[in-house]
Ligand binder design. Structure first.
Ligand code: SAM
Length: 271
């Protein structure tokens, strides 16, 4: 369902970078492989590889799509470079996220790396989310737990900077927001709020349990109590909270880099 949410959010675009033709594409941390399968269907000219540490992808896939099992935290061993590397929702997967950006730089010159994620730190523009809110407490506890476990979450707002640090050029970032519930009046944000209710709202316990029991040594019962309070606020349309969503992309320079620029784009200008 999250794949559908991302697709709808970006007007059915699988990537936001301006590249139009693709030969070799890698989807890292591909999960069920749904992005890779859709991308392979959309670009029959491309060879698409999805890689994940877990073998949970289907066997019935387009002929130009294949899945591989590998640990991305170990050295990458692909012998031929890619012209697009895609990464989505990999927050908290890696001990050293910077090294993933460096490995992704091993693209064809002119190739793109695009990474997107939700920042699990709610924001609010009208003070209906109070400073002592369970939702904010929950988000900061998750961040602390993830740090204790050595796998930081909430890096999405830093992705454009990390792209620059890895050597990418023509770096762009597109920032959006997913309301926590149906509080928004306009059709599109309201739709995404409904979606959040169904995805993040339903998965609160799943998202929280491993992090809080391992990272902060909470008892499972305490996690369930916290989640009950969080859900109440999460679903309360009087609370106008949203999760920031970031997509950042950059290009490996065709020649040796001469300095780079960061551009923040308005979502409408990219879509
Ligand atoms: C939240 S899922 C995202 C799935 C997919 N990118 C999507 O957007 O639908 C994160 C995925 O990263 C994979 N993953 C985590 N650590 C990994 C690693 N070290 N190497 C390869 N895959 C990893 C997990 O197995 C999981 O499938």
């Amino acid at each position: 369902m999250l794949h559908a949410q991302w697709l709808e959010f970006y007007n059915r675009r699988l990537v936001l970078c301006s590249r139009k033709r693709f030969r070799r594409v890698l989807d890292i941390g591909t999960g069920t492989g749904i992005w890779a399968i859709d991308f392979a269907d959309e670009h029959p000219e491309a060879c698409v590889i999805g890689v994940d540490i877990s073998r949970i992808q289907p066997g019935w896939v387009p002929p130009n799509c294949e899945f591989q099992v590998d640990n991305l935290e170990l050295g990458w061993t692909w012998s031929q470079p890619f012209d697009l590397i895609h990464a989505r929702m990999l927050s908290g997967c890696f001990r050293n996220p910077g090294s993933i950006f460096k490995q992704a730089y091993d693209l064809e010159p002119g190739g793109h790396f695009e990474i997107k994620d939700v920042l699990l730190m709610p924001r609010c523009d009208d003070e209906t989310l109070k400073h002592d809110s369970p939702l904010l407490l929950w988000a900061s506890l998750l961040a602390r737990a993830a740090n204790n476990m050595g796998r930081p979450i909430n890096l999405a707002s830093r992705y454009q900077r990390m792209l620059v640090e890895a050597g990418f050029t023509e770096v762009h970032v597109v920032e959006g927001r997913w309301p926590t519930n149906r509080w928004a009046k306009d059709r599109k944000p309201r739709l995404f709020g409904l979606w959040s209710e169904l995805t993040l709202g339903r998965e609160l316990e799943t998202i929280s349990m491993a992090l809080l029991t391992h990272g902060l040594h909470w008892e499972p019962e305490a996690v369930l109590v916290l989640c009950a309070f969080v859900r109440q606020e999460f679903l309360n349309p009087e609370v106008h909270a949203y999760f920031p969503v970031f997509t950042a992309f950059g290009m490996k320079p065709l020649r040796s880099p001469r300095g780079t620029s960061i551009a923040a784009c308005d979502m409408d200008s990219v879509l």
